[in-house]
Design a protein around this ligand. Structure first.
Ligand code: NAP
Length: 335
């Protein structure tokens, strides 16, 4: 038997533990072309909150009473596939459970010689690729331009800021604690960082961006985004990656209308999901791995130990408890 985590209620506002249930279920047996894997790391991500709601989105909502799924790193226990052997380390979109039986087409091997397995959920995984494509393809920062990133100390934001530095931009981060501000300035070399919880975001942003803003990488929305619009330069670009400040809102988030700001500055605001770039994932992974190997890119992971703490790790995202990528470690890798 194994443990699984199911969604049993659609959260209203901030999710609570009562919205989830731990259940026991038998471990399935793989058929021909299938593989039994043991979960090693689970990725907890803000976008999962959207999948807990009913309604149309870019990805179907979780069904009630079904096992939640996200990016998972797992180790092969038993293989009925010619493509995988016992102990291979694989990545897939798998259930929040201790073991999974998956089709051979539903997982891919990861190269742990290049980077530790968990990196395929962070810098070399979905969040690293999101940072890369949103910034490089939509943001298109140029040398000397000012790039502002919100959620700057998180999985996506911390990589965005570093890529912008690599591209020669002046980088301003916005984050929610002094520890995060210190990390971004001292470890990652951001040019300025604002603690939006203790500073006046409008004053601090204007001071931090004396030449205006050319690229705003949007991760949070709300009042932080509102403070950006009056500072946009001509032909600014705004990749809209996320809006976590609104994910738990029970009524629609209303702020200043953006159209006037976009018209006056001829700015581009473009929403995207990383899946839009699936045909170019190879390019993104190569670039990120290259910068990692050259020592130009650093990454941080906040690892919560134990399957039983998966829900806490997910809820912690909304309290800003993570520095870098939030990951749950479920089991050790066996050699
Ligand atoms: P993350 O930044 O590692 O974690 C979430 C962070 O959001 C928290 O640490 C917290 O940091 C901040 N936050 C929480 N509530 C907030 C609020 N009310 N106002 C401002 N900040 C708040 O998560 P991530 O995985 O890198 O995701 C960042 C954003 O990108 C999310 O909006 C996510 O949905 C989006 N995303 C989009 C795609 C895509 O394909 N478009 C892919 C991945 C992620 P502080 O301490 O700084 O508040």
């Amino acid at each position: 038997m194994q443990k699984q985590i199911k969604l049993v209620k659609r959260p209203i506002g901030l999710p609570t533990k009562e919205d989830f249930e731990f259940v026991q279920a038998p471990i399935a047996v793989p058929a021909e072309g299938e593989v039994l894997v043991r979960t090693v790391y689970i990725s907890v991500d803000p976008y999962l909150r959207g999948r807990m709601n009913e309604g149309k989105s870019y990805i179907p909502p979780f069904e009630l009473d079904s096992v939640i799924a996200s990016g998972v790193i797992a180790q092969v226990v038993e293989s009925k596939s010619t493509h995988f052997k016992k102990n291979d380390i694989v990545l897939g979109s798998l259930g929040w459970q201790e073991y999974s039986v998956v089709k051979e087409t539903g997982i891919q091997k990861v190269d742990t010689n290049l980077a530790p397995a968990s990196a395929y959920l962070s810098v070399l995984g979905m969040t690293g690729l999101t940072a890369y494509f949103g910034l490089v393809d939509i943001g298109q920062p140029k040398e000397g331009e000012t790039v502002v990133v919100s959620g700057a100390a998180g999985a996506v934001g911390s990589i965005v800021g570093q890529i912008a530095k690599i591209k020669g931009a002046y980088v301003v981060g916005i984050a929610g604690s002094d520890e995060k501000v210190k990390y971004l300035q001292e470890e990652l070399g951001f040019d300025a960082v604002i603690n939006y919880k203790t500073e006046d975001i409008n004053d601090s942003l204007a001071k931090a961006c004396p030449n205006g803003i050319d690229v705003y990488y949007e991760n949070v929305g709300g009042e932080i985004a509102d403070a950006v619009y009056p500072l946009l330069n001509k032909f600014a670009r705004i990749p809209v990656c996320g809006a976590i400040s609104a994910y738990n809102n029970e009524v629609a988030d209303v702020g200043p209308r953006v159209q006037g700001y976009l018209i006056k500055t001829s700015s581009l605001m473009k929403g995207f999901t990383v899946g839009d770039y699936s045909a170019r994932f190879g390019e993104g992974t190569m670039a990120l791995a290259g910068w990692l190997q050259e020592g130009k890119l650093q990454y941080e992971e906040t690892v919560t130990e134990g399957f039983d703490n998966t829900i806490d790790a997910f809820l912690d995202l909304f309290a800003g408890a993570n520095l870098g990528k939030a990951i749950v470690k479920v089991a050790e890798i066996e050699s």
